[in-house]
Design a protein around this ligand. Structure first.
Ligand SMILES: Nc1ncnc2c1ncn2[C@@H]1O[C@H](COP(=O)(O)OP(=O)(O)OP(=O)(O)O)[C@@H](O)[C@H]1O
Ligand SMILES: [Mg+2]
Length: 400
């Protein structure tokens, strides 16, 4: 059997030249390594512009690069500023497939590691939280665009669940392109369309059980209970991430993927035990974050989250703590913040229908019986292309 290092031999080497039909790209440096392959910075030979490539080994058991590519292309069509454009793709026979995309800066895991106290200032956490929330709303927004050409009708459809919301899957833009105050969403390998493709307007009914997808630390209760995920679950993971940024660490930070049951118990305790909730929300705006947690817990599978309400809670926390819109963010302390200040809408463009004939609106009523959860990370030293202690996406079921 090949060791993982041997298996990595198929991945690009520094200085290697990669060809596509459109151009040639010289590999500069490794930016990140994940479960399915690796990401590198490259130099486009035709104009010396820098880009990123994401590679997936030809032998990868589960191919996810196509999903990455489809989601990013869809995001370009809805004109969201929070996604990287994909410009090119190709494969190197028997070694790897790759896509060429916009190059951005450090991910939010690494940016937090750069902080001397291991957490973001409240202003940075809230500004970043608001941008990530908007990007999630964009990913969830259902857009249908049916084009009838003379040959065949083509349907463009957008509306995905991310299912792996975590700090390593968001990054700031590059300073060189003056985009370092904008947050980009990354890594769509675990995405799932929640609308039935054939009709384009019905929501898929939940499966009776679904294999675990995501990262234990940030996984929503539904994922941990092997239930099918829905829009509320991305928001639940978002909240764990935002709490981690603000507090510097979640109560279950020391538990690893194989301790999934213990992490699940912790996440339930956050809901049921006042002292665990207190610990969870250490250093956080308690009133507003508790409100968000309780709200997300009321949502059912079919609910359209009220992104505007969640945004309102974030904004309320900022105002209550005298944080101004132009206060600098931690990774650019000298300049006033100039990142986007978008306000979320209602998260949908068309009215979805649910299998069985009920409309989404009927399902959107809050159901106080349903629940949710969160997760965290710790500081450590950095190595090129590998973030220490960053929680890895779990591709397969963890063996007990
Ligand atoms: N377009 C890009 N520009 C700059 N850096 C990027 C880009 N895309 C990804 N990265 C970096 O590479 C890391 C891994 O990327 P991504 O999450 O897409 O891959 P992955 O293989 O699915 O990783 P994991 O399994 O760790 O989630 C990111 O955390 C980020 O730091
Ligand atoms: Mg990732």
């Amino acid at each position: 059997m090949m060791s993982s290092d041997e298996a990595d031999d198929v991945l690009p080497r520094e200085e290697e030249m990669l060809k596509t039909k459109k151009d040639k790209y010289k590999v500069i440096a490794l930016l990140g390594k994940g479960g399915y392959g690796a990401v590198y910075s490259v130099l486009r030979q035709s104009d010396s512009e820098k880009f990123a490539i994401k590679c997936e080994k030809a032998t990868a058991a589960k191919k996810v690069l196509l999903m990455d590519c489809n989601v990013m292309k869809g995001a370009t069509q809805i004109k969201s500023r929070h996604f990287c454009a994909v410009l090119d793709r190709a494969n190197v026979k028997d070694r790897f497939n790759f896509i060429v995309m916009k190059l951005i800066g450090k991910n939010l895991w690494d940016l937090r590691q750069d902080r001397p106290d291991g957490r973001f200032s409240l202003g940075t956490a809230l500004k970043t939280a608001a941008q990530c929330l908007v990007s999630i709303e964009h990913l969830h927004s259902v857009r249908l665009d049916i084009r009838i050409s003379t040959k065949s009708p083509s349907i463009f459809q957008f509306g995905y669940l991310h299912r792996d919301i975590k700090p390593g899957n968001f990054a700031a833009g590059r300073k060189e392109s003056n985009e370092h105050h904008t947050i980009f969403m990354l890594d769509f390998g675990l995405c799932r369309e929640f609308v039935k493709r054939a009709e384009g307007k019905d929501m898929r009914a939940p499966r009776s059980s679904a294999p675990f997808r995501g990262t234990t630390r940030y996984a929503p209760l539904a994922a941990m209970l092997q239930q099918d995920q829905s829009r509320k679950d991305d928001i639940e993971s978002w909240l764990y991430m935002v709490v981690e940024w603000t507090s510097g660490g979640l109560p279950w930070r020391k538990l690893k993927a194989h301790d999934r049951d213990k992490v699940l118990a912790y996440k339930k305790d956050v809901r049921e035990k006042a002292d665990i909730l207190e610990d969870f929300l250490y250093n956080c705006p308690k009133k507003e974050f508790t409100r968000i947690l309780k709200y997300v817990d009321t949502l059912g599978y079919y609910a359209v989250p009220d992104y505007g309400f969640i945004y309102y809670c974030v904004k309320h926390a900022a105002v209550a703590n005298k944080i101004k819109d132009n206060d600098p963010i931690d990774w650019d302390p000298e300049r006033p913040y100039f990142g986007p200040l978008e306000t979320p809408g209602d998260g949908k463009v068309i009215d979805l229908e649910v299998e069985g004939g009920q409309s989404v609106k009927e399902f959107s009523k809050r159901n106080p019986k349903e629940k949710d959860q969160s997760d965290e990370t710790r500081k450590g030293k950095k190595k090129a292309g590998a973030s220490p202690n960053r929680e890895k996406t779990e591709v397969k079921e963890v063996k007990k």
